[in-house]
Structure formats: C-alpha cells, structure tokens
Design a protein around this ligand. Sequence first.
Ligand code: D5M
Ligand code: FE
Ligand code: ZN
Length: 484
Amino acid sequence: MREEVLEFLGQRGTLVDPPALEYLLGQPNPLELLRGLFDAEGEPPFLLTLDNLKPAARPPSAEPSSEVPWEPSAPLPEVLLKPRLEYGKEVKVLRDITGGSTCQGKIEDFSRYFAHRFRVLSALLRGRRELQGAVPISRAKRMAKEVRLVGMVRDVRTTKAGHRLLEVEDEDDSCAVLLTKEGPLAREPVVPDEVVGILGNTWKDELIIAEALVRPDVPARNPWPEGVPPLWVAFASDIHIGSRLFLRERWENFLAWLKGDDPHARALKYLVLVGDLVDGIGVYPRQEEDLLVDDVYRQYEMLAGYLEGVSQGIHVVALPGNHDAVRPAEPQPSLPREIQALFPGDISFHGNPCLMEVQGVRLLAYHGRSMDDLVSSLPGIGYDKPLEGMREMLKRRHLAPIYGGKTPIAPEARDYMVVEEVPHIFATGHVHSAGTEDYRGIRMLNSSTWQAQTSYQRMHNIAPREGQVVLVNLATGEAVTKFF
Ligand code: D5M
Ligand code: FE
Ligand code: ZN
C-alpha cells in the first residue's frame, strides 16, 4: 500500500511528510481518502501534512476545552470484540512499591538504599567477562599497575587541565579515577551515582588512570518470548485532564478509534497509561491559572468517564506520574483508594515504575521524570530524544541513575529503580515526545501527550509531539504508531 500511496502522490507532484504518510497507511482505504482530498482541493498541495488529512490533527485553537465528559457510544457488536474477548486479562505484577514502602527518610535509610543499589548493580557487573578478577578498591589502590574494579561514581569533575576526575566508591573504600582528555574515554559520558566497572592502571599510589569503562547494560541479544497470542497493547500518557491545554478533541478521536473497527483497534487488548493522567493541583507555582478544572477529584472523574467507554474487552493499566495525586518521590505507589473508586472496575492501578508480565511479555513502565536529570547531564540527550535517554537507562540498568537532581527518590530498603530483570517492552512518558525504537531486542517507546505546548515548554523550546499512540504486538514486538 505504501508504494501505491507514494505513486498516487508522485503523479500529482505532491510530497508527503512522515506523520501524514503513517496516518494514511493506518486508514482503512488510503487511496479513497486521497482521491476525495485531491478532487476537492483543486490545486494539489506541495507538501501533504496531517493538517491536510484530518482537521482534528491541527494545532489546538485558543478555545479552552469544555468540561463535559465524552459520551460513550453504543457497545460494539460481539463479532468485532471476538479477538480480544477470547483472552483473559493476564497481568501479573513482578515489581512495584505499592503497599511496600518502609522508608522514613532517616540517615540509615539512605545508606541502606545505596547499599542495595550497589549490591545489585555490582553483581551484574561482576558477571561481565571484562571484569573477571575485579578486586575491592582498597586492594586495587595498592596494586602495581593493571587493575579492575567496580564502584559507584560519587563525584565527577573536570580538572583545570581539562581531564575528568571521578571519585569512585565501593562498600569500604574510595579512589580517584582519571579520564584523560586525550584517552579513549575522553568523550564517555559519566553521571554521578551510576555504578561502573573500571579497567585501568594505578599511578603513584594516588589515582587510577582509566583505560576502559564497563556498564552493566542488557545482554547483546534479547529474544522475544514464544507462543504469545497476537494481541496488541496501546500506550498513552501525559493526558493532563483539567489543564486548559488538554487536547480534548484529539483524545476523543483516539477513544473513538479504540472502539471502531480498525484491525489494530480490534486486536487491542491492553491500554497502558504511563502517568500524568490528570494535570493535578499545586504541582507547580501558580498552576491555577492554567487549569480549567481545579478540583483533582473532578479531573479523575472526567478520566473515569472517558475510560468507561473503552472497557469492552480492553484492559486498562494505569500508573501515576509527577502530576498525579500520590507522593512525588519515586518509586510512587498506585493512586489512593478514594481515587481508584471513581473508576470502572476493570482498571488496574499500579505504582511508578512497575514491572509487569502481560501475556508472558515483561513490560517495564516508568513515567520518566529522571529524563529531566539525564537531559542536563548527558551531552546530546535532549527532550526530543527520549529513546536515547532510555537507552542510557538500560545501559546503566537504572531508571534514575542520578540522585539528588530534579527527580525526588525515596530511599526505600531496596532500590526499585534498578532494572534487575531485562524487560521485553520498556515504556516511558513525561517528556511529551513520542517514538519507538529497538535496543538489543527490547521494544522501547515514549508515549506522547494530550496536552498542547505549555508556557514553560515554550520558554525552554520544548516542542511536544501530541496525540501519537504507539501500539505493540505482544506476539512479535512489532510497533505501529497512530496519529490522532
Ligand atoms: O513535564 C512535561 C515536560 O516539561 C517534561 O519534558 C519536563 C518539562 N518540564 C515542565 N516543567 C518543568 C520544570 N519546572 N522543570 C523542568 N522541566 C519541566 P510534566 O511532568 O508534564 O510537567
Ligand atoms: Fe506530563
Ligand atoms: Zn510528567
């Protein structure tokens, strides 16, 4: 079909931008749609964009969205529901803080938290071939020349001469590690609090000059599980209901699509909401000015109204983000009972992050607040490249490697942000971007937003990619993006 669409456009001298092409290919009959459009337009457009294709995909007007919740339409006929009704809900939570928080913010909590982080990540590193024979730092410092060690980076600074000096620590000692500006690691990004392996040479009992740096990373190949039914899962996040900038019409288009007869919609079994379900209240100074609905219960009620209509065989899984009504410190527990009670019964509420198994596929969902810290510490990682940030998380086997930045982290007895088990799907939201990519067989995706550009984002030149939904085939890991 791609070829036919491109040929049709080529004959008329019209170029097409990638979102418009994806959108067209997702339609039941792209050529018919194009014929209708070209007949009506007179002069064919030079560049076909989403704006030409669907009025609803235009940037939002200044009109605030109204408060009336969307009316669910009539139930789908049995025959359309069949593919997904044949399967049960099959979501098993493997790791989630909900109900398990023990921290009180005492000094002991912090040392226990970091000890757990170090224990798990250093064990992963010691399993790496390059680090066979790694010794404790106390011994490494006394060794003659070549050393291998594993440690947590407590500090990174640049010397006057332009080299980088790390302070690296293990359970009972610490040492200085030099990354010279001429050496092989000159451009290697290192962030505070990550756990790394160092291969290097001791120099005058004072420091270790690093030759190579090893990260825990995920295995080179991660086979997709076998025997999974061909059901699809859709991801949405950052809906921000209650905000004046909530893109109501586009969200309603998505929900209408979910209930329609598009083949992907019919094979859809799960809808995962990756946080920032509502805009909340008191999340940032003077937020009231940006709110259309300033009652957080009412905001959740509106979301519940929307979800009421999609629960015919689609199982909704929701986790909170930094705008939701739970503690902001990560890991966040699921939304409180009073809020869950506003929703239809078939929705499961989990914590953030949450590792779950869906039909035998391991899914790691994390709202993604730590991207704010990665963006400011890693050169080349911008808000528009969430997939690169996610790759950095997987390499470090940690969802929030930098401690003490913008991401508040609760020092729980175990570090829930460590990526202990390798997921098959890794989903984030938060940055209001969108996209999907494969990293070593892991399906990574960022799940867009339903909020137009905020003044904060305008000031910082962050351009959101709104109304995009990534769908993943649970049987194969194949991904498709739909534009609304
Ligand atoms: O965040 C949505 C996006 O906007 C995300 O990329 C972070 C950025 N953002 C918004 N407000 C701030 C502040 N105050 N500091 C840093 N970054 C910010 P959301 O969670 O939806 O508000
Ligand atoms: Fe958000
Ligand atoms: Zn967020």
